[in-house]
Design a protein around this ligand. Structure first.
Ligand SMILES: Cc1cc2nc3c(=O)[nH]c(=O)nc-3n(C[C@H](O)[C@H](O)[C@H](O)COP(=O)(O)OP(=O)(O)OC[C@H]3O[C@@H](n4cnc5c(N)ncnc54)[C@H](O)[C@@H]3O)c2cc1C
Length: 600
């Protein structure tokens, strides 16, 4: 049975020491987030994740969800009780607005908890995770009446939320949506259609489920300009807000799938179900994007979460399994073999996992802080900068973060050798659960296109220029510090590759769009490498200062410096290779005709 312990010390390092949240106390929402409170929330939420949710992960994977003849769905044993504890402790309310029953703490804390919960049990974490996205859309686009009716119950966790985009013929291309919404004359709409792959579409954890559904009104224009967003509750709320009549929405089946078995992935049938318009007709996509952006950040965190839990178990195994001898001579002469930990190739995998998980955690938490600053920063200029960086980095943490999360999970399975392939050891579950993160919320290729096609050119490249400026500024400062100068020079070099790749796109993609499509994936990865380089520069700077200040936690801070060096020497150079690949253009990619791919 695999184990999990929340990386509380590392999250505290990032939030309190690197991001220095304590220095932001004068900003709205930050006063309560003192370093002590941050430490307490991380400690307690980490305990909840590790002690209550993690033990249910492997049995939940084996049992899966069950759909019954009446269309109801039950989650595995223990999930109901764990979710009830989640609600009772108010964990879902951490970063939600106080006016709807939330605790109003900064988003960055919510992000840390999301990682812990998802490492412990990704399937379970998805039930409240999707609710968060639905809450975000109603908060921004819902009417005051809708907000008052739905948000307090969704934020407390009494009710859950879902997002319903996908249909059999409509995945990435939302313009193909067919679900119909016909006005009923009383302000409501009758929703008819079939949605597939709906996470948490039906379950037994909450007394009501609030579906957010994309559909078309009868006269809607074709394509994405004709999509509207509707709230379709499983039970129509009565006038006192309690769940009333059963709505005409039901779960037709649940999918049998590769991973996240304990999260119900449902076919949802809408048979003239009563729905309520959110925002304006035909403006649904913009509203859904609010939800999708939140969900994309959440999925990026899932990638990190599976890397972390796999890393913990990979490292533990490397420190207990004995095979072979160290190349430089026996380390444990009294034993018949040394720990596999002594082998450089095993270290390669462990160091890669450590550098990636800690780097991605720093990036996720920085983005969490930027989400906060986009609302709370003092000046319009600072708010815009934060918002630009969130927009730019969202496809990066989703695409690059989940690619790396999956890679790390697979590497940690490799550390276990054949035992990693055996179900009861739990390592293969991390790989299976991590795999979906590269697919849903927009497959990673689509994230790359979002980065290159939308985020990059928006406002004449303002966001990427802001990232360049940030990297240049921090490298310039770090280069004056002898302990950081080499790392800073390497980060600067990787950023130079990103600048050159950006220039190549400007010169070669406008006239030939396939060049943009062919370059996008490499571009997303170079951006990820540079963003993590910046994180490692910051973490190394903080660690060096702590050591210089006489900290007694020398093991923790020295490990940070060594891991930063590993990232600099072994990860940053990939930026150059990726740039060369990108500059090859689209020709060899697009040259072959369809018949060359047809198998006999
Ligand atoms: C377990 C699970 C849970 C899910 N949960 C939900 C949910 O809660 N709600 C919901 O609405 N949906 C959900 N989905 C659906 C998921 O978001 C989609 O599967 C995903 O967005 C991709 O759509 P698709 O499967 O139709 O693939 P397609 O759109 O058919 O894409 C197939 C491939 O083509 C590529 N591709 C397609 N278009 C482009 C393009 N323009 N440029 C470049 N590449 C392109 C894609 O990257 C992908 O690699 C879930 C799916 C799964 C498997």
């Amino acid at each position: 049975m695999p184990s999990y312990k929340a990386p509380v010390r590392d999250a505290r390092f990032v939030i309190n020491e690197v991001l220095e949240i304590g220095k932001l106390a004068e900003l709205p929402g930050f006063a309560a987030a003192t370093p002590d409170l941050v430490a307490t929330v991380l400690e307690e939420s980490g305990k909840f994740a590790a002690e209550v949710c993690a033990p249910l992960n492997l049995p939940g994977d084996q049992a899966g969800c069950t759909r019954h003849a009446d269309g109801s769905v039950t989650t595995p044993d223990g999930f109901k009780q764990a979710y009830a504890q989640f609600v009772a402790a108010g964990w879902g309310t951490l970063s939600q607005p106080e006016r709807f029953g939330g605790q109003g703490l900064p988003q960055v804390l919510g992000f840390a908890f999301e990682e812990f919960l998802s490492s412990a049990n990704q399937s379970l974490a998805m039930y409240p995770g999707l609710t968060n996205g639905a809450v975000g859309a109603i908060l921004v686009k819902g009417s005051a009446e809708q907000q008052a009716l739905y948000l307090p119950k969704m934020i407390s966790g009494e009710w859950s939320g879902t997002m319903n985009l996908t249909e059999p013929q409509c995945g990435t291309d939302l313009g193909l949506i067919r679900t119909r919404a016909v006005p009923q004359g009383d302000g409501s709409y009758a929703i008819t259609g079939t949605k597939i792959f709906i996470s948490a579409g039906e379950h037994d954890l909450t007394s009501n489920i609030v579906h957010l559904v994309l559909a078309r009104t009868p006269d809607a224009p074709e394509g994405t300009r004709g999509i509207s967003l509707f709230i379709v509750p499983k039970f129509l709320p009565a006038s006192d807000g309690s769940p009333g009549d059963r709505n005409a929405v039901s779960c037709g089946s649940i999918e049998h799938k590769m991973g996240i078995h304990a999260n119900a992935t449902c076919v949802m049938n809408y048979d003239g179900a009563t729905g309520f318009l959110v925002g304006e007709e035909n403006k649904g996509l913009a509203a859904m994007f609010i939800m999708m952006n939140a969900a994309r950040l959440g999925v990026g965190i899932q990638g990190l979460s599976q890397a972390e839990v796999a890393y913990q178990n990979g490292a533990a195994y490397a420190l207990e399994r004995r095979q072979g001898r160290a190349l430089s001579g026996a380390v444990d002469a009294g034993e018949k073999a040394d720990l596999i930990f002594v082998h450089p190739d095993v270290r390669r995998m462990l160091m890669e996992a450590k550098a990636m998980t800690e780097g991605l955690r720093a990036l996720a938490l920085w983005i969490g802080l930027l989400v906060d600053l986009a609302h709370a920063a003092t000046t319009e200029e600072e708010r815009q900068l934060a918002d630009d960086l969130v927009g730019l980095l969202t496809p990066v943490i989703k695409g690059y973060g989940t690619d790396k999360g999956y890679e790390v999970a697979t590497m940690m399975q490799q550390v276990w050798g054949g035992h990693g392939y055996i179900v009861e050891n739990g390592m293969e579950q991390f790989v299976r659960d991590a795999r979906i993160t590269m697919i849903y919320e927009g497959a990673n290729g689509v994230q790359a296109m979002d980065l290159v096609g939308r985020k990059l050119p928006a406002n004449m490249g303002r966001a990427i220029q802001a990232l360049f400026a940030q990297v240049d500024k921090e490298c310039a400062v770090a280069k004056d510090n002898p302990g950081l100068a080499d790392l800073a020079a390497r980060v600067e070099k990787a950023c130079g590759e990103l600048k050159a790749a950006t220039m190549w796109l400007v010169q070669n993609a406008m006239t030939k769009p396939d060049n943009a499509g062919a370059a996008a994936y490499s571009y997303m990865h170079i951006t990820g490498i540079v963003a993590l380089g910046l994180m490692w520069l910051r973490m190394a700077g903080t660690a060096a200062a702590a050591l210089a200040g006489g900290s007694e936690e020398t093991g923790f801070y020295e490990a940070k410096l060594t891991t930063a060096r590993y990232f600099a020497e072994r990860c940053l150079p990939d930026a150059g290779a990726l740039r060369r690949k990108l500059e090859a253009g689209s020709e060899s990619l697009m040259a072959l005709p369809p018949e060359a791919f047809a198998t006999a």
